[in-house]
Design a binder for this molecule. Structure first.
Ligand code: FES
Ligand code: FES
Length: 173
């Protein structure tokens, strides 16, 4: 039996340059979890349906379970671990806690990835739009009400800050 064709890829993971060997069949999720020890990315369905494995590739939320790692050569990848110093992500984390937007937490890393994309890309999103954008992230625990509220909390806070930039500047000066 012939050996699988192993390839070395170079990419950026959480701001650090990485070079590593991957088989053609290795998913980005397995690569991150098993070769980079970035286990904050959860794996659920492994067929692109549940959204648990959502991470950012070149700034776009991406399902890492159906993305071959080999196709990410030259890309910039950001996992939940790469957002520790991100103000928007920290605001979302606090809002998820305040609104009881998680129970078992299995969906949460992927939810936070999608939530951050919503609040940065769609500042005027209403509840219906938030729910539509969340339709690719499944949660078996919460019923989504707390998740939608948490995202709305951050959207509302961002809108309030945008509406009163002078007041915010005075507070943060
Ligand atoms: Fe990737 Fe479900 S594990 S979408
Ligand atoms: Fe358990 Fe979402 S909190 S699946």
């Amino acid at each position: 039996m012939s050996e699988p064709m192993i390839k070395t890829i170079e990419l950026i993971v959480n701001r650090a340059p990485v070079a590593d060997r991957v088989e053609p069949r290795t998913s980005l999720a397995d690569f991150l979890r098993e070769q980079r020890m970035l286990c904050g990315t959860n794996i659920g369905c492994e067929q692109g349906v549940c959204g648990a494995c959502t991470i950012e590739v070149d700034g776009v939320p991406t399902r890492s379970c159906i993305t071959p790692a080999v196709t990410c050569a030259g890309s910039t990848v950001r996992t939940i671990e790469g957002f520790d110093d991100d103000a928007t992500m920290n605001e979302l984390r606090a809002a998820f806690s305040a609104e009881h937007a998680l129970q078992c937490g299995y969906c949460t890393p992927g939810m936070l990835m999608t939530a951050r994309d919503i609040v940065t890309r769609l500042p005027d999103a209403d509840d219906a739009r938030v729910r539509l954008e969340l339709s690719g992230n499944l949660c078996r625990c919460t019923g989504y009400v707390g998740i939608v509220r948490a995202i709305r909390r951050v959207l509302d806070a961002r809108r309030a800050r945008a509406a009163t930039p002078l007041a915010v500047a005075a507070v943060t000066a």
